[in-house]
Structures are given as structure tokens and as C-alpha cells.
Design a protein around this ligand. Structure first.
Ligand SMILES: *Cc1c(COP(=O)(O)O)cnc(C)c1O
Length: 404
């Protein structure tokens, strides 16, 4: 176990969540596969039953194993929480955290920029359960006070939005929520536990699609929920009620990804900015959505609250035909066409359907494409992007895009 909590982040990433002395000297925590756990006495079993949600303990495989607890301990420490809960996907982390705090007749406020499946859960499932969901302008800041009602139980943030990239005033929104007795939850997947510390900014609960940068290799799904003690205990209870569980092999992959998160992110950030700046200078581009560009409307807040940027950003192209956009994307040699992000590989995904809005409208004259800068050599990536713009120009007939 790591001896000093005061070590710098990169040191902690190498040492948190492992105990070689307890595992025959093996560096990494072993993968424990378990359903049944055996107890040494009835008394021990009864004690566990009285208090089953204590951090780092389990009475059945579904509630975790020592492999799970190693990941949970490491991530909780990195983000300054009392505890973390590993679940089977990022969406499960969102759902588990939200359902803990809402019931029939409650009102919740959700940023208009949230991940689309989060919006789907709110509009479909929560609405059916009698929860009133109101979407708010992501850039509302302290102005959210005027939307708070006595029955407002929860405020959900995502900063920056994973398709539209608006940066939220996290401290202002969290403080307003707390002052009116509502719980605040942020989807911190873009920044990871390294580049934004939401709990220190006043947010109650941080959730992650660890599937993205933490796992980092496009091979496992994982969700994480991090909170202070009272919220942690309540969410742990809910995720147990719901039957949520993270599989041990996937937990192992997340823990392994975590070890190299810092070095990978630095490269994703550098390449992402390089590509974003390159796009900014292109005549085919209307606007680049990247909070770490000084021209971005979210730049000042990003600089105040974040310590880095990841490699995911958006590009609004000037109006072009669907065929021209498809020719650009279909012909990429290095940029894969697919959902998810955070792996070592570069991706390009048309954002249209994922940018559903209800409280605000996005001013985009042409199509929006979300790019993920992978770990390839940026010179090769730029050559691939440049060839894509040439294909686009060759096909473009000038008709309006239907917003692929
Ligand atoms: C992918 C994603 C999720 C969901 O994570 P899964 O592991 O795919 O369920 C949640 N939030 C954001 C911002 C995401 O990009």
C-alpha cells in the first residue's frame, strides 16, 4: 500500500491500489473471480449482514472482490472522494448515481449538453417513474438559481459536453445546488480524474465512463462513481439493489489502464490541440469546438478549473452535402468511424444525432464531426485529415447537409 498520501499524482498512479506483500510479491493485484465467499463463523457472517456496504468489504462476488476494491481505492484517492464504486459501464454509473437520489414527484435539472444515452434515460425511464426532468442551458452558471424549486433534488452536469464541448461553471452550479439542498453529479469522463477534481469544486458526486481514457485501449467497459462518505454509502446501497457489478477481468484492465493514464493523456492533449489548431486554419471549417483553444467561449473557465485537456474535440464544417461529408469520413485511413473514444486509436464520428437539444439550440451551419486524437504520429494524422478535405471538396455539390 502506498505510504504517503502526499505523493504527486504520477507517483500515486504507479502505487495506489496495490499491495505486493499481500500477493506473493506480484506487482499487480491478482484477478479474483468470485461468486461465493466463505466466512469463518456465523458471527462474522452476521456482522457482515448488519452492515454490508462498508467500503472494501464484500459478502458476495456481485458486490466486488479485492480486485474491484483496488481500483475503487485508487480512483477514490485520485479524485479526493471517500470511496468509489465500480460498475459495469459508464451509463450504469450515471443511472446508479441518479436513481439513488430521485423519486416520484421530484424535479431534476440536467445539462442540455449531456451524453445522449443519459438524456434517453432521463426522458424515458425517469419520466415514467414520475420524475420531472428539466434540461438547462449548460452555460447558465449561477443563473441556475432561478430554476431551483423546493422539489428539485438533483442537478446533473457534464463539462465539457462530449459532443458540443461547452464548459460549465462547475463551482457556481455546484454551490447553488448545495445551497438549495439538491445533490450535484458531474460526468467527468472527458477530463478524467487527472484534469478536473469536481469534489474539490463543490460537486457531490463524480461519475466516469472509465471505458474511455481509464481503460484506454478500447477493450473493456467500466463505470466509476466517486463521492464523499454519506453519498457514497447511499449509492453503494442503490447499486447493490439494482444488481450492478463490474466483472473482475474488466476491473483488472481498468486498473492497468490507470497506471499509464497520465502519459497517455499528455499525448492525447498535445495531438488533439495540434489537430484542432490545424482545423482552425482551414477554409472548409466554420468553427472548432475545443475548450483549450483561447478563441473558445469556454476557454477562461476551462483554464480556471481544469489542469489539462483530453484529445476529444469537435469541428463544425461549412455547409456541405451529405455525400461530401461521407466521402471525407469513409476514406480516412487512420481515423476509425465509431462510437466511444479514449483508446489509443484516432476516431471521427458525425455528431448530428448525438447533439439533441431541448433547452437551447446549437448554431451550426454545417455538419459537426467529433474527432478523437489517438496516439499515432500527429503528422500522419494531419496528412489523413488533409486528404479527407480534398475528397470532401471533390464531391461537394453545395447542397445543405441533412445533419448526419
Ligand atoms: C461513453 C460515455 C458514457 C457512457 O459510458 P459507457 O461505458 O459507454 O456506458 C458516459 N458519458 C460520456 C460523456 C461518454 O462519452
Amino acid at each position: 500500500m502506498v505510504k504517503k498520501n502526499s505523493y504527486k499524482t504520477d507517483t500515486l498512479l504507479s502505487h495506489l491500489g496495490r499491495d505486493s506483500a499481500a500477493n506473493h510479491g506480484v506487482v499487480n493485484p491478482p484477478v479474483y473471480h468470485a461468486s461465493t465467499l466463505l466466512f469463518d463463523s456465523v458471527e462474522t457472517l452476521l456482522e457482515m449482514r448488519r452492515d454490508p456496504y462498508i467500503k472494501g468489504r464484500t459478502m458476495y462476488g456481485r458486490m466486488g472482490t479485492p480486485t474491484t476494491f483496488a481500483l475503487e481505492e485508487a480512483v477514490a484517492h485520485l479524485e479526493g472522494g471517500y470511496g468509489a464504486i465500480a460498475v459495469q459501464s459508464g451509463l450504469a454509473a450515471i443511472v446508479g448515481a441518479i436513481t439513488t437520489f430521485v423519486g416520484q414527484g421530484d424535479h431534476i435539472l440536467v445539462s442540455d449538453s449531456v451524453y445522449k444515452p443519459n438524456r434517453n434515460f432521463c426522458e424515458d425511464f425517469l419520466a415514467r417513474m414520475g420524475v420531472e426532468v428539466e434540461f438547462y442551458d449548460p452555460t447558465i452558471g449561477a443563473g441556475i438559481a432561478k430554476l431551483m424549486r423546493p422539489e428539485t433534488k438533483l442537478v446533473f452536469l457534464e463539462s465539457p459536453g462530449s459532443h458540443s464541448f461547452e464548459v460549465q461553471d462547475v463551482p457556481a452550479i455546484a454551490a447553488t445546488a448545495r445551497a438549495s439542498g439538491a445533490v450535484s453529479i458531474i460526468d467527468n469522463s472527458w477530463a478524467t480524474p487527472l484534469y478536473l477534481k469536481p469534489l474539490a469544486l463543490g460537486v457531490d458526486i463524480s461519475v466516469h465512463a472509465a471505458t474511455k481514457y481509464i481503460v484506454g485501449h478500447a477493450d473493456a467497459m467500466m463505470g466509476l462513481i466517486i463521492a464523499g462518505e454519506s453519498h457514497y454509502t447511499r449509492i453503494r446501497h442503490t447499486t447493490a439493489l439494482l444488481g450492478y457489478s463490474a466483472a473482475p477481468d474488466d476491473v483488472y484492465l481498468a486498473l492497468r489502464g490507470l497506471r499509464t493514464l497520465s502519459v497517455r493523456l499528455a499525448r492525447h492533449e498535445e495531438t488533439g490541440l495540434m489537430l484542432a489548431k490545424w482545423f482552425q486554419d482551414r477554409p472548409e471549417v466554420e468553427r472548432v469546438l475545443h475548450p483549450a483553444l483561447p478563441s473558445d467561449p469556454g476557454y477562461e473557465i476551462w483554464r480556471r478549473d481544469f489542469t489539462g485537456a483530453s484529445g476529444l474535440f469537435g469541428v463544425i464544417f461549412k455547409p456541405c452535402s451529405d455525400a461530401a461529408l461521407a466521402a471525407m469520413i469513409d476514406g480516412y485511413d487512420l481515423f476509425g468511424l465509431g462510437a466511444s473514444w479514449g483508446g489509443y486509436e484516432s476516431l471521427a464520428l458525425p455528431s448530428g444525432p448525438s447533439m439533441a437539444r431541448s433547452a437551447t439550440t446549437l448554431e451550426t451551419s454545417g455538419p459537426v464531426v467529433r474527432f478523437h486524437a489517438g496516439l499515432e504520429d500527429p503528422r500522419d494524422l494531419i496528412a489523413d485529415l488533409e486528404a479527407g478535405l480534398i475528397r470532401m471538396a471533390a464531391v461537394n455539390g453545395g447542397e445543405e447537409s441533412r445533419g448526419i
